[in-house]
Design a protein around this ligand. Structure first.
Ligand code: PMP
Length: 400
């Protein structure tokens, strides 16, 4: 069976030598020529600071920057592009929320996350809980690696003020029932944040259907540049929050005694924004829109199904998690072979996989591992990548 990739592989310069097998897109995605050239073009022909320069170049770059914001708003079906805040990535988006929402938290309030969170959606809440003397609670997981929602009353209480859950696990690939969690969260009047680092890049995401209050994601995982990410938020809540970082552009007036704030989203974009990367992200979003996110999801489903069927046949290989709804991320361990050794052997065959704790140490502890091997797919992968991976795993096994 051959599953073809979804793109012209020529679009991606990194694959030009035809040898690279890249199975680490959950970590960061490769970039199409459109994005690379788009960034180059800004620097070469329209580079000027945005929202400041009163000359032609400045209005060009401002228009491109704001048009990227509008494309991103449309991509996730936000009600308005005012709800799109440019950050440096998911990590900054969640820290922004932990800081600003944190100012409203009181002693003994509760923050609810889950045992499958990436450290980016865990450590900021740990710090906030310490600062505000709130309690950090964890939704447990079932054996199959899904959120255990069988006892909601135990975790979603009148004291719960913030719920922050990943849409898709970066270790197990589990896709969580966000709309369902949204309903439970709304019933107790808490704020609901979704970590979309692994989902926005791989499946259709519609914030109005999800029903959450905030969604955080990263540009570099969705064919876009590094250093740029998004915080989408409900406009009314965003307007009620205090600023995060302070400096230029986020103010309306400044006197020696005090300041007033610019409108949302600019209130949360202090300093010169990463506008070239934001424009690059806008191009990546257009590229993904042209492919179609449903097509991206279906492609990865096929690859995942194929990979699972091939990996399951390798003796001594153990796959973590059997979630019913899953995306293109698979974690596994191999008897007696440390993931690090495996990665080194695969590297000899030009195969890139991720090994380690995947910034999810509490989850790894639950799995009884300190390190796993992880493969993940994207639009440029085809089934021959999986064939090469399996062949290389078999030859590694022979060596040990
Ligand atoms: N959450 C999840 C689920 C992730 O997979 C990642 C990246 N591995 C992050 C958050 C953090 O993203 P970034 O490093 O781009 O800020």
């Amino acid at each position: 069976m051959y599953i073809e990739n979804l793109v012209e592989i020529r679009d991606f310069p990194i694959f030009s030598d035809n040898k690279l097998v890249y199975l680490d897109s959950a970590s960061t995605a490769q970039k199409p020529r459109e994005v690379i050239n788009g960034i180059k073009n800004v620097y070469e022909s329209s580079n000027a600071n945005v929202h400041r320069a009163l000359y032609k170049l400045g209005s060009q770059s401002t228009e491109m920057f704001e048009s990227a914001r509008a494309s991103i708003a449309q991509f996730i079906n936000a009600a308005s592009s005012k709800e799109i805040i440019f950050t440096s990535g998911t990590t900054e988006s969640i820290n922004l929320l932990a800081y600003t929402l944190g100012t409203q938290l009181e002693k003994n309030d509760e923050i609810l996350i889950s045992q499958m969170e990436h450290h980016a959606n865990l450590v900021p809440w740990q710090l906030l809980a310490k600062r505000s003397e709130a309690k950090l609670k964890y939704l447990p997981l079932t054996k199959s690696g899904e959120l255990d929602l069988s006892q909601p009353e135990k975790y979603f209480t009148q004291k719960t003020k913030i719920v922050s859950i990943t849409h898709m696990s970066n270790v197990l690939g589990t896709i969580n029932p966000i709309a369902k969690i949204s309903k439970i969260t709304k019933s107790i009047g808490a704020i609901f944040i979704v970590d979309g680092a692994q989902s926005v890049s791989h499946l259709p995401v519609n914030v109005q259907e999800l029903g959450c209050d905030f969604l955080a994601f990263s540009g570099h995982k969705m064919l876009g540049p590094t250093g740029i990410g998004i915080l989408w938020g409900n406009l009314e809540i965003l307007e009620s929050l205090p600023p995060f970082m302070a400096g230029g552009e986020m103010i309306e007036t400044v006197s020696m005694e005090s300041s007033t704030w610019n409108k949302v989203p600019y209130k949360f974009e202090a300093g010169t924004p990463n506008f070239v990367q934001a424009i690059g992200l806008g191009i990546a979003v257009e590229y993904l829109t042209n492919i179609g996110m449903k097509e991206v999801q279906d492609h990865e489903k096929k690859l995942t199904h194929y990979a699972l069927s091939r990996l399951e046949k390798i003796s001594g290989l153990y796959i973590h998690g059997t979630p019913e709804k899953r995306g293109g991320v698979i974690s596994f361990n191999l008897n007696k072979i440390h993931p690090q050794d495996l990665a080194q052997f695969l590297n000899e065959d030009n195969i890139c996989i991720r090994v380690g704790h995947h910034c999810a140490q509490p989850l790894l502890k639950m799995l009884g591992e300190t390190s796993t091997a992880r493969i993940s797919f994207y639009v440029y992968n085809d089934s021959s990548d999986i064939d090469k991976l399996c062949k290389s795993i078999e030859s590694t096994k022979k060596y040990f």
